[in-house]
Design a protein around this ligand. Structure first.
Ligand code: C5P
Length: 428
C-alpha cells in the first residue's frame, strides 16, 4: 500500500518514527511529509532513513513532477500524526500553504488524523469545530489518548500509541470505516487498545494456524493435503483489522501471509504442535484453521527412496499424529485460563450421519469453545475463494451460518469471537 505520512509540529513527532517503522515493516511504501515546524522536532534525515524515500515539505521541489498532485492522488491512505491544532485548522479550512496541506486537498483515498496537543487546545471550541468539519467530510479523526502531556499537565491530548494508530489506519484502509464510522466514542487509548465495535479484539493476542502440513517420506517426497491456507490468511487479516496482535503459524500455503501479522513458518504436524503450544501460552485466542495431517510416515528415509525393478512395491506405514487442538484445550483447561479455543472441521456426511451430527460429536470430543464446520468435497472449500460454514458453540447456542468469500466468512468468525470474548471473559 502507498501511504503518505504527514507529520505535524509537535513534540510527539518523535513517536511517529515508530509508527513509520510499523508501516514499513508491514511492507508499505511510505512517503513522509513533515511540516516545517515538525522538522524542528525530528530532522528530515530520520524520515528519509526510516522510509527509504526522499523527504521534502516544499511544493517548489521537483516542480516538474507536480509532487502534491501525484502524492495525494496515488496514496492509498494518508495518515497525519501528530495532528496539531494548527494542522487541523489548516486542513479544515482547506488551506494549501505547504506540501502536506496541498497533498491533503488532492487526497483520493482515506485520511486519518491522530491529534496531539494540550488538553485546553483540544477542548477549545475552535479545534472541536475543525474536527467536526473534517469528520463531516469523511475524514477519520481519532480521539487523543489521555495521560501525561509534555509539561506537568495531564488529560486528553496525548498522541495515541503508534500501535493504536497503525491498527486504526489498517482498519480504515481495509474499508471498516464504511461499516462503523469512528466516532468520538471510539477512544483509542495510550495503551494501544480501543473500545467500541470497530476493534473488538484490540489488546488481544490471537494465534492462528493455517495451511496444510507436509509429512516427509524422504528428502524429496511428502504426504500433503489440498489446503491452500486462504481461510486462515483471511482470518489473520480479519483479526488484525479487529485490532488484535496476530501470530500466523503457517504450514504450506498457496497465498502470502497478510501484512501486519507475525509469521512463523512450519512444515510438519509435529513442528506445528510445538509452535502452537508455545504461542498459545501467550494468547487470548487460538484458532486451529490448519489442515493437520492425522498420520505421518512411521519412517522417514534419509535418502531418496529408489525405484528398482527387482524389489517389491514399497509399503508406507503410517502412525498417528497428536491431536493438537485437543491438546491445546487440555493445556488451557489445566491452566484454568480464560483463553478461547476455536477449531475448524472439514466434514462430509455418510449413511450413518449428516455433516452437522458429525460436527457436534467432534465439538464434544475436541472440547473447543467454537467449531467452524464446512462441508467438503473434491471441488468444495479446498483452494476455492468462497466458503460456507456453520459455527457451533460448546455453550450450546444456536448454530450460526456464514457464507460468502473467505474474507466475509473470516469477518463473521472474528466478530463472533469478539462477542464470545466480551460475553464470557469481559475485560477487567
Ligand atoms: O479431527 P479433525 O482433523 O477433523 O479436526 C479438525 C480440527 O482439528 C482442525 O481445527 C484442525 O486444525 C485440528 N487438528 C489438530 N491436530 C490434528 C488434526 C486436526 O489440531 N492432528
Amino acid at each position: 500500500m502507498r501511504i503518505v505520512l504527514g507529520v505535524g509540529g509537535g513534540i510527539a513527532a518523535y513517536k511517529v518514527a515508530s509508527l513509520l517503522r510499523l508501516f514499513t515493516e508491514a511492507g508499505h511504501d511510505v512517503t513522509v511529509i513533515p511540516t516545517e515546524a515538525a522538522s524542528r522536532f525530528v530532522g528530515v534525515a530520520t524520515w528519509e532513513a526510516l522510509s527509504g524515500n526522499p523527504v521534502t515539505n516544499s511544493v517548489f521541489d521537483d516542480v516538474d513532477q507536480v509532487k502534491h498532485v501525484r502524492l495525494g492522488h496515488e496514496a492509498d491512505l494518508i495518515v497525519v500524526a501528530p495532528a496539531t491544532a494548527d494542522l487541523l485548522a489548516r486542513a479544515a479550512t482547506g488551506q494549501a500553504n505547504d506540501l502536506l496541506t496541498n497533498t491533503l486537498l488532492m487526497a483520493s483515498g482515506p485520511v486519518l488524523f491522530a491529534p496531539a496537543m494540550h488538553t485546553e487546545m483540544w477542548q477549545h471550541a475552535a479545534t472541536q469545530a475543525n474536527v467536526e468539519t473534517l469528520r463531516s467530510r469523511g475524514v477519520t479523526v481519532l480521539e487523543p489518548a489521555s495521560g501525561r502531556l509534555t509539561g506537568s499537565d495531564s488529560g486528553p491530548g496525548r498522541l495515541p500509541e503508534p500501535e493504536a494508530i497503525f491498527e486504526a489506519a489498517m482498519a480504515l484502509a481495509h474499508g471498516l470505516q464504511a461499516v462503523a464510522p469512528l466516532s468520538p466514542s471510539v477512544n483509542v487509548t495510550a495503551g494501544g487498545t480501543s473500545t467500541g465495535p470497530l476493534f473488538p479484539l484490540a489488546g488481544r493476542t490471537v494465534t492462528i494456524s493455517a495451511g496444510g502440513t507436509r509429512e516427509p517420506l524422504d528428502p524429496v517426497r511428502f504426504l500433503g493435503n489440498r489446503s491452500s491456507g486462504k481461510q486462515g490468511v483471511a482470518l489473520a487479516a480479519a483479526a488484525r483489522d479487529a485490532g488484535a496482535t496476530v501470530r500466523l503459524v503457517a504450514a504450506h500455503m498457496e497465498v502470502p501471509a497478510p501484512a501486519g501479522v507475525e509469521l512463523i513458518a512450519v512444515e510438519t504436524a509435529l513442528q506445528l504442535r510445538e509452535v502452537m503450544l508455545a504461542a498459545a501460552a501467550e494468547s487470548d485466542v487460538v484458532i486451529m484453521a490448519a489442515a493437520v495431517a492425522d498420520f505421518r510416515p512411521a519412517e522417514v528415509s534419509g535418502s531418496k527412496i529408489k525405484k528398482r525393478d527387482d524389489t517389491a512395491d514399497p509399503v508406507i506405514t503410517l502412525i498417528r499424529n497428536p491431536d493438537i487442538l485437543h491438546e491445546l484445550v487440555a493445556v488451557r483447561d489445566a491452566a484454568g485460563s480464560s483463553q478461547l479455543v476455536v477449531g475448524f472441521a472439514a466434514e462430509t456426511g455418510d449413511e450413518q450421519g449428516d455433516v452437522l451430527s458429525y460436527a457436534e460429536a467432534k465439538l464434544k470430543r475436541k472440547g473447543c469453545d467454537l467449531l467452524v464446520v464446512n462441508h467438503v468435497g473434491a471441488d468444495k472449500v479446498f483452494g476455492q475463494d468462497n466458503n460456507s460454514v456453520v459455527i457451533l458453540s460448546r455453550a450450546g447456542s444456536e448454530p450460526q451460518s456464514a457464507a460468502g468469500s473467505k474474507q466475509d466468512v473470516a469477518a463473521i468468525v472474528i466478530d463472533r469471537i469478539g462477542s464470545e470474548l466480551s460475553r464470557v471473559f469481559p475485560r477487567t
